[in-house]
Design a protein around this ligand. Structure first.
Ligand SMILES: [Zn+2]
Length: 442
């Protein structure tokens, strides 16, 4: 029995002070005002949140953080960045994939993340040849998450072409599958091999540009969370209209993929009818503010922010800071709308901080197939203690301090299923994981 006694517990009902959180066998069994058992962990000055959830990650892309910021190409945009990213993808062998993924997941754990949605598309050898174990790289990525101790939803990507009528480029050969059954079979194999409850699976049709309508229809047989890149770039919309006469989201919907449990990643350029379609299907949007700005993608429109459930991802890992991603949901909306408090629910004191922290926690968990219960009896004990004993938080209401000022350095202790993976800001494998990744960075 673990009994945590922080200064405050952020629950689905709001911030509770004077409460303890009781944990047994990895589960929260109570959030109660008076301890029924001796307090095992006094946490003065700290606020307890549900673990942060990073719902969209390409872990291997951590390898080239900062190394593509100096490009002097006359025209540098999403597409030229993608060429640089493919070059990095081509030189990672299984050891490199695992080492760099572990580094990304370590950084997430240190930043309070307890669950990642890994949008995994490195499947084969650089020339497209299968590994002896066709799921080698998926298993490596899963092993990386397990070595750090965070939960992983492996979103197994389907990728079949370079664009409408265009075969895979040589530097895309690692991503490709021969037919949709290969993708569904890979998911079945991985499912059979993953008894650990920290590991779950989902399907990721990469994008409408990477799959034709027959592929999309065949993939709709999958039962579980589905994530896809949708309308990140205007060129993607133009290609979908030319090929299908419909928006990328409408094409996915026609194939039967847009339903409860569907997450549109980015949606920076939704077309007419897309928001209504996603709303009717009870789907959500995964916003990746730092990557979307880093790549010059644009901004999710304000109307979409107001109408749809939002979760967050650090995507290319130019930055891993879910607090910052969460506040950017609101700050970018202010920049777009020319006013303050755009996402604030009417009449709710602390409502904006509550909403932003939901995007960084329970909404991501739901998008990955979890129950998204937050800190409540019956929920998994995935928790983060944020330390407010610092000048920057002095005199600031706690939830607003976290939503509008916190950085990963404020993360004190992180528990997954009741086990501490980060204590006092320190992960016990940090040095070893960093050293293993070092040869692959750059
Ligand atoms: Zn992505």
């Amino acid at each position: 029995m673990l009994v945590l006694e922080p200064d405050g517990v952020w629950t689905p009902q709001g911030l509770k002070t004077g409460h303890v959180v009781e944990i047994e066998d990895g589960w929260i069994i109570g959030v109660v005002p008076a301890p029924r058992h001796p307090v095992s962990h006094p946490l003065p000055g700290r606020i307890l949140l549900p673990g942060l959830v990073n719902a969209h990650s390409h872990a291997f892309q951590r390898a080239f953080r900062g190394h593509v910021q100096w490009r002097s190409a006359e025209h540098d945009d999403f597409w030229s960045w993608r060429d640089a990213m493919y070059a990095v993808a081509s030189r990672l062998d299984p050891e490199g994939v695992e080492a760099v993924s572990a580094l990304a997941f370590l950084e997430m754990a240190e930043a309070g993340v307890t669950r990642v949605g890994e949008f995994h598309y490195l499947h084969h050898q650089p020339d497209g040849t299968r590994y002896a174990d066709p799921d080698e790289l998926a298993r490596r990525v899963i092993a990386a998450a397990m070595s750090v101790g965070i939960r992983i939803a492996l979103l197994r990507v389907a990728y079949a072409r370079g664009g409408p009528g265009v075969p895979l480029r040589p530097d895309q050969a690692r991503f490709g599958d021969a037919d949709p059954d290969d993708v569904l079979a890979a998911l079945q194999r991985l499912d059979g091999a993953t008894a650990d409850p920290r590991i779950t699976l989902g399907l990721a049709p990469h994008s409408v540009r990477a799959l034709d309508a027959d592929w999309l229809r065949a993939l709709s047989a999958f039962d579980g969370p589905v994530h896809a890149h949708v309308s990140e770039q205007p060129a993607e919309n133009e290609a979908a209209i030319a090929e299908h006469g419909a928006s990328p989201l409408a094409v996915l919907a026609d194939a039967g993929l847009v339903r409860g449990g569907f997450t549109a990643v980015h949606l920076t350029w939704p077309l007419a009818g897309d928001l209504e379609l996603l709303q009717a299907a009870a789907g959500s949007v995964c916003v990746c503010p730092s990557t979307e700005l880093d790549l010059g993608d644009g901004f999710l429109p304000v109307e979409a922010r107001l109408r749809l459930p939002l979760c967050l991802g650090s995507d290319s890992h130019a930055r891993i800071d879910l607090f910052a991603e969460a506040r950017d949901l609101e700050l970018h909306a202010r920049g777009l709308a020319g006013r303050r408090n755009v996402l604030t629910p009417p009449g709710q004191r602390h409502g904006l901080a509550h909403r932003l922290l939901q995007a960084a926690t329970v909404a991501g968990d739901r998008a990955l197939g979890g129950a998204g219960q937050g800190i409540a009896a019956g929920a998994p004990a995935d928790l983060v203690a944020v330390d407010l004993r610092r000048t920057a938080a002095w005199g600031v209401p706690p939830l607003e301090a976290i939503a509008f000022t916190a950085t990963p350095e404020w993360v004190d202790t992180v528990w997954v299923a009741g086990e501490p993976i980060v204590s006092g800001g320190y992960h016990p494998k940090a040095e070893a994981i960093r050293a293993r990744a070092r040869p692959w960075l750059g």
